[in-house]
Write a protein that binds this ligand. Structure first.
Ligand SMILES: [Ca+2]
Length: 159
């Protein structure tokens, strides 16, 4: 799936020509940021939202109009942040919600756009909905979470 997004990014950036009636993704240039390895503003060795803010002028000088940020919400980091355990809270290592609000304001203040990489199709096993769905055969979350893991559990339980 990550390769699909990369291909989409290439198409949006280089292949599809800018058109006046085109959608944003068809006409903008996109700078993709993986926050953990981008810019560390507080010296803890982990990139963070304030680090992104500090680099906005640089990104804009490069000619980019839109920033696409890989997941930055709470995650146990078993899939490099793509395993979200809470979609409503900023991961502590990246900052707090006020930092996120500052990032949005700083991006928009430069006339730039911001894309969020919301990974809704595979939350962490630590997400509340996943835990509820996995706790029993049927409950109110069972239909919301597809548990491929159960296949694995059954496979290894009989081995
Ligand atoms: Ca940091």
């Amino acid at each position: 799936m990550k390769h699909f997004y990369f291909l989409l990014l290439i198409l949006a950036t280089y292949v599809i020509p800018a058109q006046t009636n085109a959608e944003l993704w068809q006409k903008t240039s996109v700078y993709q940021i993986y926050p953990r390895s981008y810019y560390d503003s507080n010296g803890d060795g982990i990139g963070d939202l304030n680090g992104i803010i500090q680099k906005l002028d640089y990104i804009q000088r490069l000619g980019y109009e839109t920033i696409w940020i890989s997941p930055y919400t709470q995650s146990p980091q078993k899939d490099f942040g793509y395993d979200i355990s809470n979609y409503r809270e900023i991961a502590a290592e990246y900052g707090v919600m006020a930092d996120f609000d500052s990032l949005v304001a700083a991006v928009h203040g430069r006339g730039m756009k911001l894309l969020f990489d919301l990974v809704l199709n595979h939350p962490s096993i630590e997400h509340d909905w996943f835990k509820a769905a996995a706790s029993a055969e049927t409950n109110e979350k069972t239909d919301l979470v597809y548990l491929a893991e159960r296949t694995w559990e059954k496979r290894y339980a009989t081995a």
